[in-house]
Design a protein around this ligand. Structure first.
Ligand SMILES: [Zn+2]
Length: 229
């Protein structure tokens, strides 16, 4: 009887060892999985976004009898900052008050911070009162990876903005603007609507609309970073 028990034990021993090793491996795997699920949060916190509200001080930008572009850019910039910080991004603004910052200095702020992206905020004007809608520019030359990612960022942000506001899409365009040309990371310049279009101006004058624009820009950025993983 003793020899039968011994044989059974010897038979079962390898199985027990396998089960034990498997449990340990599983624990190691689980702890790795836990780390992996936490990783995006850590990664997100280390992502730096530079927001560049256009114009400032004596550089008014576009204007009409109701408002000046420099103020709209700054308001939208503050809204965008809040939405991005709520999502855990580190945000740097090229200006956070009504001041004049030279264009090359704005690009240098993003380059020095080694930010992942730069978002420049503007509003539009035109001779024709019928011109309306949102357009997003990227710089089409230089490093191929930067050009490709700038274009992708522009497409993602524009589609989110248009979906959220139902504004007319003027599309993604190539532009040779200093802040998107002189920066080393993917960069876009958003024209958020026309101050010279009656109905669009009516919407833009409302801070809730600017906040909606900012929210959709943040959604576009989040989507862009998700797709970059
Ligand atoms: Zn402008």
């Amino acid at each position: 009887m003793k020899s039968v028990k011994l044989s059974l034990f010897l038979l079962l021993l390898p199985l027990l060892l396998v089960a034990c090793v498997h449990t340990q491996t599983d624990q190691v795997y689980r702890s790795k999985t836990t780390l992996q699920t936490k990783q995006p949060v850590h990664r997100q916190q280390s992502l730096v976004v530079v927001i560049d509200p256009g114009h400032g001080a004596y550089d008014l930008g576009a204007r009409n009898q109701y408002c000046e572009e420099k103020d709209l850019c700054l308001k939208t910039g503050h809204f965008l900052r809040r939405h991005l910080e709520q999502r855990g991004y580190h945000v740097i603004m090229t200006r956070s008050r009504d001041e004049y910052v030279p264009l090359k200095k704005r690009a240098a702020v993003a380059n020095d911070a080694r930010s992942q992206v730069l978002i420049s905020l503007h509003f539009n004007s035109a001779q024709s009162e019928s011109a309306q809608g949102i357009e997003v520019f990227y710089y089409p030359k230089g490093e191929p990876w930067r050009k490709k990612n700038s274009k992708r960022l522009a497409q993602t942000v524009l589609s989110r903005m248009v979906a959220s506001t139902e504004a007319f899409s003027r599309g993604v365009k190539e532009g040779n603007y200093c802040v998107i040309r002189e920066t080393k990371m993917p960069a876009i310049l958003i024209e958020g609507g026309f101050l010279t279009h009656k109905e669009e101006m009516h919407k833009i004058r409302d801070d809730r609309y600017l906040d909606k624009l900012a929210h959709s820009i943040a959604d576009g950025l989040v989507q862009y970073f998700e797709e970059c993983k």
